[in-house]
Design a protein around this ligand. Structure first.
Ligand SMILES: Cc1cc2nc3c(=O)[nH]c(=O)nc-3n(C[C@H](O)[C@H](O)[C@H](O)COP(=O)(O)OP(=O)(O)OC[C@H]3O[C@@H](n4cnc5c(N)ncnc54)[C@H](O)[C@@H]3O)c2cc1C
Ligand code: MET
Ligand SMILES: [Zn+2]
Length: 619
């Protein structure tokens, strides 16, 4: 009888953990490779589960794809490892339990880390190996990313009629990482032809039962559950899952009552756990009816932080908008910074932007300074967020804090790596990159946390992304802009550009893009500053006449600054006709320079508007 048929009439028992069991024996290496080098140990684990009463055992192939094996330099052994795995499971099973070929999810929270194309390639390779060895079915498990599971399920359903078990994993009970409620996810998987749909790993029995309470019995598919033994504890440097098999047995009864027909265990479970659940639910005729409580939909309230002021992307779409970067001080004195913020506000800028430890050198927290200038002067600050300094947890907490402070304008950047800054030995976190960060900020705007939790309120962030036109291949940089839009970027802020031809080039290369671009202008402060930018900052080229003008201005600070401003003004003249948004960068806290440029832009804009209203065409 095939597995599908067997599940129609009775509850079947799955096996338990492979990885944590091998780990508890003191084996700490690539578990899948053990199919080749320590086959006896793998065989013993399978046998222990068969003896415990498992009706379905899974091959030791959870991470046996080239993406995961690459960490151990084993990417070329996908075939050998999967082939050996099926042979071992079959040897242990003999005639009795079904042997399902396991394929684990590869993506965690970072979509960007592995492309869909690569997932498809890696999945196909492993799938063909398992199918070739004639498994009785397939088990796709530990998929946090629903899109990934859908992608691979579609491929598998086309390739084989074998029974397919498709299991998602959740960080939070009842909801997937992208906010999809579990019942909806399982319904989608059923619709795509999975024979068994369910959940495994991450959560212990309590939350797994709780999650299944809202899941109705599927029409065609059946439900499965492989909870972890418990929530993990961290002891002596390793994860342990303390649970007593009797508690697990009681939980299996509840899972059965929720309609699960295939019940096994994930991390931390052992043959004792499986023996305990088999004693309780193995072979039981499955329940036929289930009443799912109608839950009141928890409304995600729109954020209350909206203060009526339009977001920057809205402003730049409609007309002239000026934002000015004024970076928090590198030392503890804040008076000059505060004076600068006040002066810029009084000059009428739409926002003051504050970098997040740019060039990987520490400054006073931009959130602290943004909050102060917001409260003190009523500025609508724009806070840069680099992925470098905070992990996923820190980033979410940071964003929640920004929301609480009423800060809504953000710039999401991957961030300059620590290697180039004051602490070259410090870790660069990069749990996310700019694309993923934009995506998650937008998820919070829907009231959903990074892990899928309902936040009870939606944020109202407007998200800018960085645009670096100072590259050899401008089209490639524009390609990145287009991709950032797909991830949810509302608009762009560019690195400074230093010559007029480049402003026109950038305009030509981006004029098809709907999202506004704030074009960057940074006044030069001295001949040395100009030479440094030209010779040492990758991608920045100053025109020979600009270098010459700065040189001619000589060493007098005032004169050099005046020349710098005059150069910026001619760049602004070009930019004003092509871009609504202007992003001024204040060099070395010399806010007098950016105040002057702000006044210049305002005056030039008014002049242009006057000419337009008088019917004079501007060339
Ligand atoms: C307006 C603005 C503000 C910034 N503010 C900060 C800040 O506050 N703190 C900070 O640390 N850094 C800041 N940066 C610098 C920024 O982090 C990067 O160094 C760079 O500009 C890339 O932007 P990103 O971080 O969004 O990287 P992404 O576009 O996410 O790129 C990530 C990585 O991909 C690679 N890459 C980028 N462009 C290309 C390309 N065209 N072709 C191939 N590979 C590419 C690079 O290795 C890059 O580091 C800012 C940059 C801009 C333009
Ligand atoms: C990380 S989820 C568990 C994967 C696999 N079934 C194992 O038990 O090792
Ligand atoms: Zn697990």
């Amino acid at each position: 009888m095939d597995l599908r048929e067997a599940l129609k009439h009775k509850t079947l028992i799955g096996d338990g953990a492979m990885g944590t069991l091998l780990y508890s024996y003191g084996i700490d290496r690539c578990f899948e490779e053990l199919n080749l080098s320590h086959s006896e140990e793998v065989l013993n684990v399978h046998r222990a589960y068969v003896n415990a009463g498992a009706d379905v055992i899974q091959t030791n192939t959870y991470g046996a794809n080239y993406i995961k094996l690459e960490r151990y330099g084993l990417q070329d052994q996908v075939k050998e490892i999967n082939t050996a795995a099926v042979k071992l499971a079959k040897q242990a099973a003999g005639e009795a339990p079904y042997v399902v070929g396991t394929i684990g999810g590869v993506r965690g929270a970072r979509k960007q880390a592995i492309s869909t194309e690569e997932i498809k390639r890696s999945f196909r390779e492993q799938l063909y190996c398992l199918l070739f060895e004639q498994v009785d079915g397939l088990l796709f498990e530990t998929f946090y990313d629903l899109e990934e599971l859908i992608t691979v399920l579609k491929i598998a359903r086309k390739e084989t009629d074998l029974p397919i078990i498709a299991q998602v994993s959740m960080h939070e009970a009842g909801v997937l990482q992208d906010g999809t409620p579990l019942p909806d996810a399982l319904e989608q998987l059923e619709g795509l032809g999975a024979d068994v749909v369910g959940v495994n790993c991450r959560l212990g029995p309590y939350h797994t039962i709780q999650s299944l309470e809202d899941v109705p019995l599927p029409e065609k598919a059946v439900l499965s559950a492989y909870p972890n033994a418990s929530l993990p504890a961290y002891q002596d440097g390793r994860l342990v899952y303390p649970t007593d098999p009797v508690y697990f047995q009681k939980s299996a009864q509840s899972l059965f009552e929720q309609g699960a027909r295939l019940i096994g265990g994930c991390c931390g479970t052992t043959p004792e756990h499986i023996e305990a659940i088999a004693a309780r639910v193995k072979g039981k005729p499955p329940i036929k009816d289930k009443v799912v409580p109608i839950k009141e939909k928890t409304e995600v309230r729109a954020s209350e932080t909206k203060d009526g002021r339009p977001h920057l992307h809205e402003k730049a779409k409609k007309g002239r908008s000026i934002i000015v970067e004024l970076d928090p001080p590198k030392k503890l004195k804040t008076d000059r910074f505060l004076k600068g913020a006040k002066a810029l506000h009084e000059a009428g800028v739409d926002s003051v932007t504050l970098a997040d430890n740019s060039l990987a050198s520490p400054r006073i927290s931009n959130t602290a300074m943004a909050s102060i200038i917001k409260q003190r002067y009523g500025i609508d600050p724009l806070v840069h967020i680099a992925c470098r300094d905070r992990n996923l947890l820190g980033l979410q907490s940071h964003l929640m804090g920004l929301h609480a402070l009423g800060i809504r304008q953000l710039l999401a950047v991957t961030g300059d790596p620590t290697k180039i800054g004051d602490f070259p030995g410090a870790t660069s976190v990069y749990d996310l990159n700019s694309f993923d960060l934009v995506h998650y900020i937008k998820q919070m705007n829907k009231g959903i946390s990074f892990s899928g939790k309902n936040l009870g309120e939606s944020t109202s962030f407007s998200v800018a992304a960085a645009f670096n036109p100072n590259v050899r291949n401008l089209n490639r940089a524009v390609g990145r802009l287009e991709k950032k839009i797909k991830y949810g970027a509302d608009y762009f802020i560019s690195q400074p550009v230093f010559n007029e031809e480049q402003i026109i080039e950038v305009y030509e290369a981006t004029k098809h893009i709907d999202a506004p671009i704030y074009i960057g202008i940074m006044p030069l402060t001295s001949a040395r500053n100009a030479e440094f930018l030209h010779n040492e900052v990758p991608g920045i080229t100053l025109a020979p006449e600009v270098l010459e003008k700065m040189e001619l201005a000589g060493s007098d600070k005032e004169q050099a600054q005046a020349e710098g401003l005059s150069i910026s003004k001619s760049l602004i003249d070009t930019a004003l006709d092509l871009f609504n948004g202007i992003y001024l960068i204040t060099p070395f806290l010399r806010y007098e320079m950016t105040v002057e440029l702000t006044n210049y832009i305002k005056q030039q804009t008014a002049e242009r508007e006057r000419k337009i209203s008088n019917g004079i065409h501007i060339v």
